[in-house]
Design a protein around this ligand. Structure first.
Ligand code: ADP
Ligand code: MG
Length: 719
């Protein structure tokens, strides 16, 4: 019956073999179902016409304009040859540009007749223009009504003549297919009734062809609920199990090492937040179940100390510990911090990375196997099979997002009893997102910075204020401080980016003679990069000109200025991470965001958030609202085994809460839906009553879970 949705897209009217290939490779649409769930990312009110004088700024949405063509001319040569149509709305003019089928388009439209053009305007050489717009004749007797969906189309597709129009036609063909009547709901009736949700077939139609704003809202709500319900059900199916099943070491005592360190070595007072988190960790490691805890703490909040003291708890209970970092530089820095703290209490720490020499490596392997080494700090090298432990009790992973789920799993396979796991991240993740992404982890938060830190003063400046910025740098250099100057990662436009970076380096050397400047970017050989980094860490170089490769977590407390060039090209969370590289000492530090005078109001507003707050959570939330959670650094590789298509975690917190409650009720009421070996003792954060379903309802959910998460990570395999 539902086989209809699994039909290969090539069988849809209007598709065929070639288009099927394009749809599947470009936007992942391989079946009828994929197409139905390929929703417009925006809906345009068909009764709203823009005027050309209303257009402003460089980044405009798709929109429609009514008017007429004045002329068509072919311009340019060779590959740049294009057809330019001048389009007037009666007051102002803009250009319509075609790069292919010039012959056809030059005669397709009548000069002087009224048309509606539809597309995403750009602004080049002081004129607004639309590239390959959709053009429809305008009939005043039948003005357009309702909404029109706008689909995202890749550049390749566009070049091959695909447009929003094509997608609309195809979806229309799908709805017209007689087979569509066989599409049933993918939520049980009980749930649909409970929340008065729009039934699936209608919701799908409304998503693509909304009849009015209210129906569209209702359809969205239904699709969001469905999506979040299945995500929550998927996570809870396993997380219920985790709590009850995986045994872990029991660490009953706080012993000599911990106390010796705490009373005699600890160079400062722990913050309240650090103490609280340590208590949470200690409680976890006493339960007899494996700890899986995510420790979030803003940059500079003192996570390393928490990690070290947790490792001491393991050592006091006759276990070893490991601390894993994503890069060699970071691992080395951690090693040096840890050794300072560990030496006085006789705890033995080793460093193992990709560049550890063979003889040293062998010695460390032996020391770990015999139990002589207490803590090993390292990079991915720790995951290698040759690394064996005497008794590994706790693994701490720094900067979680660089390590995948599989790598975490590889660590726990290193001992018969699963070691406790503490994952640390400085990427602040709003609560709603954490709940979803890390449904399998408990979350601790360090929400307090060590005392005496002055918040970094953040300034938004433009090229016209270069001199002022230079003076600021000078004054800090004269006080003996160090300076970072950061450029965007060399990327889309590699040549141009490298050029501006090199120019920046030259300019810096000329402007600040007498101060050594080092230079780091991602396309460098690793050895050279390390050398340049070392120059800065050791203080020999006073200024570092770099792309964002400057490592997350690098700690040079003497650095007091960070200048970020082309700040508009960075995400807010990324800016926040970068800014965290300064302000690590007790003196005043500065972060200067160099913006473009010409950037739009949105960009300025976004950058201004940085000047107003240093709270990583506020920034992250703002960032998520602006960019959507899909873009958030950290979520992509964090083990998030699904993509959200309709739901937006920044805005749909309420729907998420309902979906989660319902998922809990359903799993409690229908243990058959739980992962194998799992007991129904789910999420104690809810008092939802079990909701027993009819057998048909259970089948629907089981089927949908398989369908959606068949390729997802299998957590039961991992643990
Ligand atoms: P992050 O959380 O970004 O990893 P770190 O662990 O690198 O932060 O800590 C930043 C700096 O703050 C380090 O120099 C560390 O020694 C110091 N620090 C940590 N905890 C405290 C505290 N309670 N009081 C004072 N300084 C602290
Ligand atoms: Mg750190």
């Amino acid at each position: 019956m539902t086989d209809f949705l699994d039909t290969d897209i090539k069988y849809l009217k209007g598709v065929g073999v070639e288009r099927a290939k394009m749809l599947s490779s470009e936007i992942g649409v391989a079946t009828f179902r994929d197409l139905l769930y390929y929703f417009p990312f925006r809906h345009i009110d068909r009764s709203r016409f823009y005027t050309i004088s209303e257009l402003s700024g460089a980044e405009l949405p798709s929109l429609q304009i009514k008017g007429s063509f004045i002329s068509f001319n072919v311009e340019g040569e060779g590959a740049r040859k294009r057809l330019v149509g001048i389009f007037s709305d009666g007051k102002k003019m803009m250009e319509c540009v075609w790069f292919s089928k010039l012959q056809y388009f030059s005669t397709a439209y009548k000069i002087g007749a009224t048309y509606v053009i539809f597309g995403k305007p750009g602004f080049f050489r002081n004129v607004y223009s639309m590239v390959h717009p959709e053009v429809e004749p305008f009939d005043p007797a039948k003005p357009p009504t309702g909404f029109r969906g706008v689909y995202s189309i890749t550049e390749t597709m566009r070049k091959r003549g695909a447009s929003t129009r094509l997608l609309q036609t195809l979806v229309g063909n799908l709805f017209a297919n007689t087979g569509f009547s066989s599409v049933g709901d993918n939520l049980p009736e009980e749930i649909i009734r409970h929340y008065s949700l729009m039934p699936l077939p209608e919701a799908l139609r409304q998503m693509h062809f909304p009849s009015d704003a209210a129906s569209l809202r209702k359809a969205m709500e239904r699709m969001k609920f469905e999506e979040l319900f299945y995500v929550e059900a998927h996570i809870l199916r396993y997380s219920m199990e985790r709590g009850s099943r995986i045994p872990g070491y029991v660490f009953p005592r706080i012993g000599e090492k911990f106390n010796g360190f705490y009373f005699n070595v600890l160079p400062f007072q722990l913050t309240g937040a650090q103490k609280r988190v340590l208590k949470e960790i200690r409680a976890d490691m006493k339960t007899g179940r494996q700890m899986n805890r995510l420790l979030q703490g803003d940059v500079g909040s003192g996570k390393t100390m928490v990690a070290f003291m947790s490792l001491l708890m393991a050592i006091d209970n006759e276990c070893q510990g490991a601390l894993m970092a994503p890069t060699e530089i970071l691992a080395t820095q951690h090693y040096e911090s840890l050794r300072q703290w560990a030496d006085p209490i006789g705890v033995k720490v080793a460093l193992l990375t990709g560049s550890t020499r063979a003889s040293e490596r062998r010695r460390i392997h032996e020391g770990l196997e015999s139990g002589e080494i207490d803590i090993v700090v390292g990079t991915h090298a720790l995951i290698e099979d040759t690394v064996r432990f005497h008794k590994l009790g706790l693994v701490v992973i720094d900067e979680q997002h660089r390590f995948g789920v599989a790598q975490r799993a590889a660590m726990w396979k290193k001992s018969a009893t699963a070691p406790h796991v503490l994952v640390m991240t400085a990427t602040p993740i709003p609560r709603t997102l954490a709940m979803t992404v890390y449904g399998d982890l408990d979350v601790s938060v360090i929400d307090e910075l060590p005392p005496g830190r002055k918040p970094v003063t953040t300034l938004l400046r433009y090229d016209s204020s270069r001199m002022e910025v230079d003076r600021l740098i000078f004054s800090q250099l004269r006080e003996g401080r160090q300076v970072y100057i950061v450029y965007p990662l060399i990327e889309e436009n590699e040549k141009l980016d490298l050029k501006s970076l090199e120019e920046g380096y030259r300019r810096t050397c000329e402007t600040f003679p007498g101060y050594r400047v080092c230079f780091v970017h991602g396309k460098m050989k690793p050895a050279e990069k390390d050398h340049q980094m070392d120059l800065f860490v050791s203080g020999e170089a006073r200024i570092m000109v770099a792309t964002t490769v400057i490592e997350v977590g690098v700690n040079v407390p003497n650095a007091s200025v960070m200048v970020i060039e082309n700040a508009e090209r960075f995400g807010l969370s990324q800016l926040h991470q970068l800014r965290g590289r300064v302000g690590r000492g007790a003196d005043q530090s500065f972060c200067v965001l160099m913006g473009k005078i010409k950037s739009g109001a949105d960009t300025k507003k976004r950058l201004n958030i940085m000047t107003e707050t240093t709270d990583g959570f506020l920034i992250s939330e703002a960032d998520m609202k602006i960019r959507g959670p899909g873009d958030m650094e950290g979520t992509q590789q964090s083990g998030l085994a699904f993509n959200l298509r309709v739901a937006d975690l920044a805005r749909d917190g309420q729907i998420l809460t309902r979906a989660r409650e319902m998922a809990i009720a359903v799993l409690r009421g229908n243990p058959r839906l739980l992962a194998p070996g799992c007991q129904a003792s789910p999420a104690n954060d809810s008092d939802m009553k079990p909701l027993p379903l009819s057998p048909a309802g259970v089948d629907i959910i089981a089927r949908e879970l398989r369908l959606r998460f068949a390729r997802a990570v299998d957590w039961s395999q991992i643990s």
